[in-house]
Ligand binder design. Sequence first.
Ligand SMILES: [Zn+2]
Length: 351
Amino acid sequence: MAEKMMAAVFTEPGGPETLEYREIDRPEPQRGEVLIRVRACGINGFDLLARNGRYHTGQAKPHVLGGDVVGTVVGYGPECEERVAEGANVALHWVRSCGSCEQCLRGFETTCLRYGYLGAKYPGGYAEYVAVPERNVAALGDYSDLHKAAAFPMAFGTSWHMLVTRAALQPGESVLVQAVGSGIGVAAIQIANLIGARVIGSAGAQWKLDRAVELGVDPDRLINYTSENLHEAVMRITGKRGVDVVFEHLGGEIFGDAVRSVARNGRLVTCGGTASYDVSMNIAHVFHKQVSIIGSNSATRWEFEQIINLLREGRFDPIVDRVFPLHEAAKAHAYLDERSGFGKVVLSVEQ
Ligand SMILES: [Zn+2]
């Protein structure tokens, strides 16, 4: 008989109340997998979409959400290298790629034809234990704030892949970061600061812009897009030049203005559409100015290693909005359904 563990799961999609804290089978680490005692798990927008049925994950029910997982190595399946010692605290890379499809062979593991995410296709971190491939584990060393660490991987990994790898943001370039209060917006500001780029930030609420000032953004380079047209504001701030890079994840109606805000030969990099996937734009703003529109998905294992190293060295400071215990996962989802905070909401999974 399988050993048991507690987890916050849902069986039918619905509101926050569908998340139920109960006993399920504890995972057994398979060949090449490690068993992790979960210590904290960040909540992402994806979790809310999966829970209310807007995104079908393919995982068997009851579904265990949670891709941003931090925990302690407590066991190994067969044929592990035991590269990370038992008892070590680790963060988990949320992407599982196959390693053998055309995309993987070309080095594009984030567009693997068979990829699956932790907490989506595979059981995630809303549980006391999770089993993952050994290659997905990165040691946190003596980085001790596990709540901050759980607010880190997906937001900073996704933003890193967008700005560093896909858009190749350079020191001295200007970058418009959309929705500075979001998890990836906060990450994008910190990464742009590290690179030495010049940030212009946007948000739909003044209090979020005020918090962006605390992250080092010049108050004169912040735009409230509910009270001022985004494109006009960018042109005012940049002396009619536009920005070298737009960091976009809103989609929807503002996307056309975001495209117009790009300077000649600049680029717009996008990883999503939280407002809407449907956008409209004037294509002349793309070809006349030779603008590149670049898609970006997730982050590679190597990028994950790089950002964890920078976290350990204190180069990044993830922002935690609020912490809920795992058994209050439904309450945490209700909190996120009702309002958007600044930074991330984290579930604490203490013994
Ligand atoms: Zn693949």
